[in-house]
Design a protein around this ligand. Structure first.
Ligand code: PLP
Length: 360
């Protein structure tokens, strides 16, 4: 921001939101809702029409056996995750987080006076999930945060990996907080909702958002899915904080769910094109990067520039005016990496790579 205020061009790869505007049918639905005076209090769990449409989407697209009573409409993925941890974690409880992890999760756990325990994703994938999870589990372990596709690494857990986690969770009587914010952005493999697996619906709180799939980050709309006793905690967390999502926004959300899945596939192809362009450029420059199977981030190893990721980020910014996020903010396992978002224009990706080639 300082460089930009001094008039420099900065190639921005540090963000975390879709590159395109919200689709027109969603904006039209919002305008219609306002014209029709859909501006009064809604039930704090959400308008029935939206909860029903979400439940239908969960059954058909996610294979989660949910009904509208299991759905809570919330202010974005963040409020669902907040309520999920509030309803599960007691002081002193431990929560397992695959690391690198999305930064706010540690604070959401700490807010319940719980303790985050970091499970290196690489170790789990190399040595096996059950064996690795067992190594980090104690008699205080209460829950696992299960994010796929992952921010920041782009890892997409396979259905076999989901099954291994599910078996472990059932053996140890744990609860899962599933974060499926990037469910529609999978390039290699398939998205598997862990709550769709046998015996998992009743021990999972699944958190979804309209932010990434429908380019609705600023609208603050998402949903959490759970059965009792978790639903009571989720309901209270929303009722006594925001008391629900703005009513016209919910009607806009209903229109989003009516967008054909083929349109989502077209958007995914635009992301894939950006991913492939950024990946080949980074690898060519020597910033080694395994292809992210999902989400919209590349997470290259930058130890050839500096093992300290904050230093590496400074080098890129000062020499090449390229902004990226230091991997250390995503946990110790993120050190020596930088997070680049490829959710930007093709022109920005090309210009940023060109600047790296010339200045690194
Ligand atoms: C992994 C992950 N989960 C959840 C969210 C929450 O998004 P929102 O609160 O905009 O719905 C984000 C946003 O960046 C994310 O990266």
């Amino acid at each position: 921001m300082q460089l930009r205020s001094e008039g420099a061009t900065v190639y921005q790869f540090e963000g975390g939101e879709p590159f395109m505007p919200t689709p027109a049918p969603i904006k039209d639905a919002m305008k219609r809702a306002l014209d029709e005076d859909q501006t009064r209090y809604a039930p704090s769990s959400g308008i029935p029409e939206l909860r029903e449409a979400i439940a239908e989407k969960l059954r058909t697209r996610n294979r989660i056996p949910a009904h509208s009573k299991d759905v809570m409409v919330v202010n974005g993925g963040m409020q669902g995750l907040f309520g999920a941890f509030q309803s599960i974690v007691n002081p002193g409880d431990e929560v397992l987080l695959f690391s690198p992890y999305w930064t706010p999760i540690k604070d959401l756990v700490a807010h319940c006076q719980g303790r985050s325990v970091f499970v290196p994703t690489d170790e789990a994938r190399a040595r096996g999930f059950q064996q690795t999870l067992a190594r980090y589990t104690t008699d205080r372990t209460r829950a696992i945060y299960y994010n796929t596709p992952q921010n920041p690494s782009g890892v997409v857990f396979t259905p076999e990996e989901a099954k291994a986690v599910a078996e472990f969770v059932q053996d140890r009587d744990l609860v899962v907080v599933a974060d499926e914010a990037y469910e529609d952005l999978v390039y290699d493999g398939e998205h598997c909702s862990i709550a769709s697996l046998d015996g998992m619906f009743e021990r999972t709180i699944s958190c979804f958002t309209f932010s990434k799939s429908y380019a609705m980050t600023g609208w603050r709309l998402g949903y959490a899915v759970a059965t009792e006793p978790w639903m009571t905690g989720l309901r209270k967390a929303t009722l006594y904080s925001s008391n629900g999502v703005s009513t016209p926004t919910q009607w806009a959300g209903l229109a989003a769910l009516q967008i054909e899945t083929s349109a989502l596939a077209d958007i995914r192809e635009q992301y894939r094109q950006r991913r492939d362009l950024l990946l080949s450029g980074l690898n060519e420059i020597g910033l080694h990067c395994t292809p992210p199977a999902g989400a919209f981030y590349a997470f290259p190893d930058v130890s050839r520039i500096n093992k300290d990721s904050r230093e590496a980020a400074d080098v890129l910014l000062n020499r090449a005016q390229v902004a990226a996020v230091p991997g250390i903010v995503f946990g110790a396992e993120g050190e020596s990496h930088l997070r680049f978002s490829f959710s930007t224009s093709i022109e920005t990706i090309e210009a940023g790579l060109d600047s790296l080639r010339r200045n690194l």
